[in-house]
Design a protein around this ligand. Structure first.
Ligand SMILES: [Zn+2]
Length: 66
């Protein structure tokens, strides 16, 4: 399940939301109802991608990213 992290640019609240493909256009802050939110990459779905370096993509090309 694609769970994304968002951060509200108005009240700075961070929250997670389960988002299905194509349904991330109506995300709003649960605190202030603002739609001025920024998406962050979920740590669970991109785990280790930042620490493995630049050559990591060659060995992980079969992960089926769709
Ligand atoms: Zn907010």
């Amino acid at each position: 399940m694609p769970i994304f992290e968002y951060k509200c640019n108005q009240c700075k609240k961070e929250f997670e939301k389960l988002v299905f493909s194509g349904e991330d256009k109506d995300i709003f802050c649960p605190e202030c109802k603002s739609k001025d939110v920024g998406k962050k990459m979920s740590a669970s779905s991109f785990m280790g991608s930042s620490s493995l370096g630049t050559c990591a993509t060659s060995s992980s090309s079969s992960t089926g990213f769709s």
